[in-house]
Write a protein that binds this ligand. Structure first.
Ligand code: GLA
Length: 387
């Protein structure tokens, strides 16, 4: 399947630009198993890569021109000059790859232009990191072609800078690191403070289980502003508690910290989510490492309750997936990603998958929601060169 994708993207490149590309690269989307909104609090996350990828064919240019084209978007290539790239100037999809070129050049790397042709199977707007896949595939291609010698975590940092400064979205480092660094058959236990990582074997099929992704196919208005508000609230909490980041509040000190926050009710709720969520990531890691995989289910469900009640970023569609799948026998379920729509994950015994899927579809139809998209998530490879 991958060979077919790269053959098509290479042919598309040649038809578009009249020359052969220098190579083909792929970068995946991700789901996050546990550790939500902890990344901009210097905390722990545990994503894994999806089989869905953005694939790019790329060739270097020496003349300062950057041409960007997506097979998924109507119209011809967008042509830019690398010297003219300016943060905030682009509101289209091209801001992501252009932002990567800008961030590489800002960091002093000699990127003198490129022709890029790409296509993606990562659903966009589903909370599955289609933007990170787009950033990382371009960063990896330029890293290889320009012999920059940057490691996966360094590319992730540059891609995050592209997203924060060039695109203007105040996101953390999880999605780009997941796309750049995940390994097939593993979840990535990542400390977002120093980007130290551990690959945790995560092969549910071998144990008779499945992890479903349920895409609600909704993205609620104002979600971008709400993300920024949560982030600002967390930073306020850290400042009030006199720590660099909420990561520095140990779980054992949570009650004392909440007491110190007095009547700052909203900040107290945000702090409680972050501190308990970091602890949930650590619990999931130790359960997986001790082979007690089924026991992570209730921890995932606890995480959902915390995001719904304390962090307040769930929505009726996500809550319906969680409640319905648990009633239909799921081991655990939670929203995943930024919230306010996007996707949920459901951990289930293989034998219960059909019953759960049908129950969720029925509940959505009854509530008058859009038909959800359900697929099985298999922990897949991170970004790589294909040809
Ligand atoms: C989005 C952001 C990530 C992270 C998650 C929530 O996916 O891009 O950095 O904050 O939301 O965990």
């Amino acid at each position: 399947m991958e060979e077919e994708a790269i053959r098509r993207i290479r042919e598309g490149f040649t038809a578009l630009y009249g020359a052969e590309p220098e190579g083909g690269w792929a970068a995946p989307g991700r789901v996050n198993l546990i550790g939500e909104h902890t990344d901009y609090n210097d905390g722990f996350v545990m994503p894994f890569a999806l089989p869905h990828v953005t694939v790019a064919a790329v060739a270097r240019r020496e003349d300062g021109v950057l041409r960007l084209h997506s097979a998924d978007v109507p119209g011809g290539p967008v042509e830019l000059r690398v010297d003219d790239l300016t943060p905030g100037s682009d509101k289209d999809w091209t801001a992501y790859p252009a932002g990567v070129v800008w961030a590489l050049r800002e960091a002093g790397h000699a990127v003198t232009g490129a022709d890029v042709h790409l296509t993606s199977t990562v659903p966009s707007g589903a909370g599955l990191s289609s933007s990170a896949a787009l950033e990382v595939v371009v960063a990896l291609a330029l890293n290889d072609l320009c012999a920059l010698g940057l490691k996966g975590w360094q590319l992730a940092r540059l891609c995050q800078r592209a997203e924060n400064v060039y695109v203007g979205a105040p996101t953390g480092i999880m999605d780009q690191t997941a796309s750049a660094c995940c390994e097939a058959g593993h979840a990535l236990f990542l400390d977002t403070r120093d980007l130290s990582q551990r690959q945790i074997p995560f092969d549910l099929a071998a144990e008779g289980m499945r992890l479903l992704v349920v895409d609600t196919r909704v993205k609620h208005a104002h979600s971008d502003g709400e993300y920024g508000k949560r982030r600002a609230g967390c930073e306020k909490g850290a400042a009030l508690l006199g720590v660099d980041a909420l990561r520095d509040v140990p779980y054992a000190d949570l009650e004392a910290a909440l007491e110190r926050l007095g009547d700052e009710e909203e900040v107290r709720r945000l702090v409680r989510h972050i501190v308990t969520e970091n602890q949930r990531v650590e619990r999931v890691v130790s359960l997986l490492e001790s082979g007690d995989t089924r026991a992570i289910g209730p921890v995932l469900t606890e995480g959902h309750a915390s995001l719904r009640d304390d962090f307040r970023i769930s929505c009726p569609e996500l809550d319906t997936i969680v409640d319905t799948s648990l009633s239909a026998g799921a081991l655990g379920a939670r929203m995943t990603g930024g919230g306010f729509g996007g996707s949920a994950i459901v951990l289930a015994e293989e034998a219960d998958v059909d019953t759960i899927t049908k129950a969720v579809e029925k509940a959505f139809a009854t509530a008058g929601f859009k038909t959800p998209r359900v697929f099985e998530a298999v922990p897949s490879a991170g970004a790589r060169r294909l040809a």
